[in-house]
Design a protein. Structure first.
Lengths: 326, 139
């Protein structure tokens, strides 16, 4: 249940402004080089003074994505450099945390750059709490989104006005995790495996999936009136017979209809994801993924040929259709 | 080192795709990236701490993601393309052992301002780790 008292308290932080938080160090070559090395960035603008001067800058400049880095507190996350505000500009997070929302993730970072900053310049930011949401339920858990706007400036010598160089919208989600931690046991892979949904297999449809395993596209046939049917079912719709067998289809057909899925993107599928309703030459229709075709090339009536694709360490075989010449 | 050429606005067409960039996600990248961005939050360098937080392993911090986004756009646009903004939204985490592949496209193109907006997505085996856009000024 959402806690109205908490909500009132944290909503009161909206619009609150906080004073300066200084950078520990002026923009400097060693931190830039270290950062570029980790990111795999080789642009000489950040490391070669001559190059930077030729490009019109007074010295090497900081990579723009480093803007936030300069004012990070460091190992002790509450240890702001001398001259900084005594207030904690993220105090609203502490209040939310005290109500049991112990986890935090960053969800948005929007950086805007008025200009690049050069070696030797010292930054500070001031901040404003832009928005605190009511309690939201997400895949991670329930909690509150908190958006803070930081304005970055360069400090000038006495008598000259400081200059704004950039702005950042930073949004975090402070939440109670939906699932409790599951300790890893003896597995090397850290990545939760996202797999395709497995087909629901019944006594009526088992032949179809076993056929796929064997590289055959099997279609159910009424053993009495010989009518073909798909998807598999226990009874013939035409003569109501319970007797059936199967025939192997040629795997050739045409595109009866199709849809191209764009959103939401659900792993492990590739997007855009074209899915076809395929009419086999034998006369029945089935739904299957389409491969090897650009969306713009797909045409109703397009000739198609089945192929069998194996997924998930070969444990799942699915029929897919590929366009072929008319 | 041979210096890459910076694209001019005339070199870029609306709807143009950027080449894909696959970045292997390693403990070293997550760890080193966190420290290079002065982010000592334990979930980015201490596996035990990350597991206490409910993650299977250490996970990439947002400042490293921002840096990799800059690399992706800048590798394509060239060294003198000047960023006006970088806007990102995080999705699924980047864990060690995965690969994040960036795809991008030119979404806006302003001939008179010489600016382009690139939209991008960095996808790993679980889905999109990052989506967003960046505006750069071309010479």
């Amino acid at each position: 249940m959402a806690d109205q008292q908490l909500l009132d308290k944290i909503k009161a932080f909206e619009g609150r402004e906080y004073g300066r938080v200084y950078a520990w160090d002026p923009v400097n070559a060693p931190m830039i080089r270290h950062w570029c090395e980790m990111m795999g960035i080789t642009n000489p603008l950040y490391t070669d003074r001559e190059f930077a001067r030729e490009a019109g800058y007074p010295d090497i400049v900081a990579p723009p994505a480093m803007l936030q880095v300069w004012c990070m507190a460091g190992l002790d996350m509450e240890n702001y450099p001398p001259g900084s505000t005594d207030e904690n500009s993220f105090e609203v997070l502490k209040l939310i945390e005290s109500h049991g929302f112990e986890s935090v993730v960053a969800v948005n970072s929007d950086l805007k750059f008025d200009r690049y900053v050069a070696a030797g310049e010292r930054l500070y930011y001031t901040s404003r709490v832009d928005a605190v949401t009511e309690e939201k339920a997400t895949g991670l858990g329930t909690g509150h989104f908190v958006t803070v706007i930081m304005t970055y400036s360069v400090e000038r010598a006495e008598g000259r006005e400081d200059e704004k160089v950039g702005e950042q919208l930073f949004r975090v989600f402070k939440f109670k995790p939906a699932v409790r931690p599951k300790p890893e046991t003896g597995t090397d892979s850290a990545i939760p495996k996202i797999t395709r949904p497995r087909p629901g297999i019944s006594d009526d449809s088992r032949f179809f999936w076993e056929g796929c395993e064997a590289g055959k596209l099997l279609v159910q046939r009424c053993a009495d009136c010989q009518t073909l049917r798909h998807p598999p079912a226990p009874v013939c719709a035409k003569c109501h017979s319970f007797n059936w067998d199967t025939v192997e289809a040629s795997g050739k057909g045409h595109l009866y209809s199709f849809v191209v899925m764009h959103y939401p993107e659900i792993p492990p599928f590739e997007y855009p994801n074209p899915v076809g309703l395929v009419e086999l030459d034998e006369g029945v229709r089935l739904i299957a993924g389409l491969v090897g075709a650009d969306r713009s090339e797909l045409q109703i009536g397009q000739r198609l040929q089945v192929e069998f694709a194996r997924f998930q360490d070969e444990e799942l075989t699915l029929p897919q259709f590929r366009p072929v010449a008319q | 080192m041979t210096l890459k050429k910076t694209r001019s606005i005339a070199d870029v067409s609306l709807g143009e795709s950027l080449p894909e960039l696959a970045i292997p996600i390693t403990v070293t990248l997550i760890n080193g990236g966190a420290i290079a961005t002065r982010d000592y939050f334990p979930g980015h360098h201490d596996k035990d701490a990350a597991q206490q937080l409910g993650s299977p392993h250490v996970f990439m911090n947002i400042l490293t993601t921002t840096g990799l986004v800059q690399r992706y756009v800048e590798d394509w646009a060239g060294p003198l393309a000047r960023f006006q903004d970088i806007k990102i939204k995080l999705g699924v985490p980047n864990y060690p052992g995965d690969t994040m592949t960036f795809k991008g496209e030119v979404k806006e193109r302003d001939e008179s301002e010489k600016t382009i907006e690139v939209s991008f997505a960095g996808k790993n085996s679980m889905g999109n780790h990052v989506t967003g856009s960046a505006v750069v000024v071309l010479p």
